[in-house]
Design a protein around this ligand. Sequence first.
Ligand code: GDP
Length: 325
Amino acid sequence: MKLNDKIYVAGHSGLVGSAIVRLLKKKGYTNIITRSSEELDLRDQRMVYDFFEQEHPTYVFLAAAKVGGIWANQTYPADFIFDNLAIQNNVIHASYKTGVEKLLFLGSSCIYPKNAPQPIQEDYLMTGFLEPTNDAYAIAKIAGIKMCQAYHRQYGCRFISAMPTNLYGQGDNYHLQNAHVLPALLRKFHEAKLNAEPSVTVWGTGKPRREFLHVDDAAMACYFLMQRYESPEIINIGSGIDHTIREMATIIKKITQYQGEIVFDESKPDGTPRKLLNVDKISALGWKPMIDLEEGLAFTYSNFEKNYFQYTTKRDRSNSSIIHV
Ligand code: GDP
């Protein structure tokens, strides 16, 4: 990628897209194009085709998706499957039609079978049943992977797919119900501290294990893969380390300096028991994460505290809390 190449970051206001834009700007890229969802609804085929014909980007980071935590995925499966299929179909096909040089499609670790052996290798894809709480989202993402592979096979397109683990960091969604576990807990503990509440309720048993990666590391990995990875086979992006939800709640309690108790609500779903990615493939290429989990979380918490109003009230009101397109 040359510094003046035209690069389209789809989903630039979301967690990953915004981190990719920050990174590209820092590296001196001068021709980054973005569109807000008001300007360009990526679910609208006509609008997307017109946009690509007008702009002719050379590189595309496809980080636009409807994303959310376990509750949102369970509650809005139709939105998750429809919006994600529509976004992917439109962006991938328009990229082919307008001769995009290279595209990176972002998937998710939830594409793998619920009971996959751990750590999860890339070739475990489609070897077992999906976790039911997010199967609609996972099926959409699997379709996106297969689409990139099909366009590679039939048309020779350089469309690659990366599967990041659970990400956190600046620009996350802090909605109490729709968010993923780390931003939801950061907010719950913060508000419990401010309101001197006696306890914070954590969903599920606390036993599931999850792997976390700071979004700036994920953006570095995406940039690295755009430069260095050519295979249509999927590639994992992760830290290679996982923790129980109970451990994460304890770490967040410490970071937020909350003094009360942690209570587990076992009526809420646990989801997949464990989701740890095998990162041998990307490690062998020479990429590794740089940000330690506790440091990354402390930094994320200070950013959240500083921007509390923007992260909470605005999103809570706008009902845009689960769409990052
Ligand atoms: P998942 O990785 O697809 O299961 O998505 P999440 O990040 O939403 O949830 C991860 C785990 O954290 C699940 O076992 C949840 O039950 C648990 N969890 C505990 N408290 C919360 C919370 O306040 N919000 C969310 N989203 N998950 C929570």
